[in-house]
Design a protein around this ligand. Sequence first.
Ligand code: ADP
Ligand code: MG
Length: 243
Amino acid sequence: MSMISVKGLRKNFGKHEVLKGIDIEIQPGEVVAIVGPSGCGKSTFLRCLNLLEKPSGGSILYHDVDLVSGAPKETNKVLLGMGMVFQQFNLFPHKTVLDNITLAPIKVQGTGKREAEERALKLLRTVGLEDKRDAYPNQLSGGQQQRIAIARSLALQPEVMLFDEPTSALDPEMVGEVLDVMKKLAADGMTMLVVTHEMGFAREAADRVIFIDGGVIVEDSEPKEFFAHPKNKRLQDFLSKML
Ligand code: ADP
Ligand code: MG
């Protein structure tokens, strides 16, 4: 059974129709890479999935709740299962790494301080930054800050992670360390939707790659097929410019 079932999802900003009917089923443990030209609606799609943007129509079924038509009381509850990582890391500048990671579990989930810290330290090991627990964000590189942002999101124990161009703001030499953390997460079975321009990551780590164009998904296939035999003409053009 699908974990997330999206049907006819639409989003417009005033008269501008950005999403014109997105249909996609996400299975538990699946890693889906989302690619497409700038401005095609990739971020809007992810933001509609967790209601950072209010969808204009269609349905998003998640844990038997339709996020589009459901009451806030219901949707807020199930949305705790989704974590998100953005291009900008947005760590709290005046808090240490450990406090950045434990803040939401303590305040939002009511987790005890001790348990929250134990979980945080485990996550710091996962992202390879155990020694930075007492550092402040401005003492870290961009790649390190993004790895902390991933740990912070994981601290809320989501079952699906949404990544919106998590490496686009990084200097090239730091992209790899963040992708490595994401690959590890994927290998551990996390369900992930990843908007990315990193075609290498899409090829290696994704189970499926989707291409959005004109407000709809025009290609949805396994990476091998997606890159070797793209069917959609716009995707062919897109790939020829990327590679
Ligand atoms: P992508 O992430 O694929 O680059 P976006 O989802 O950010 O694209 O944006 C898709 C389109 O929607 C763009 O034309 C953008 O200008 C528009 N858009 C996005 N967010 C807003 C908003 N809050 N208000 C008005 N227009 C928006
Ligand atoms: Mg975007």
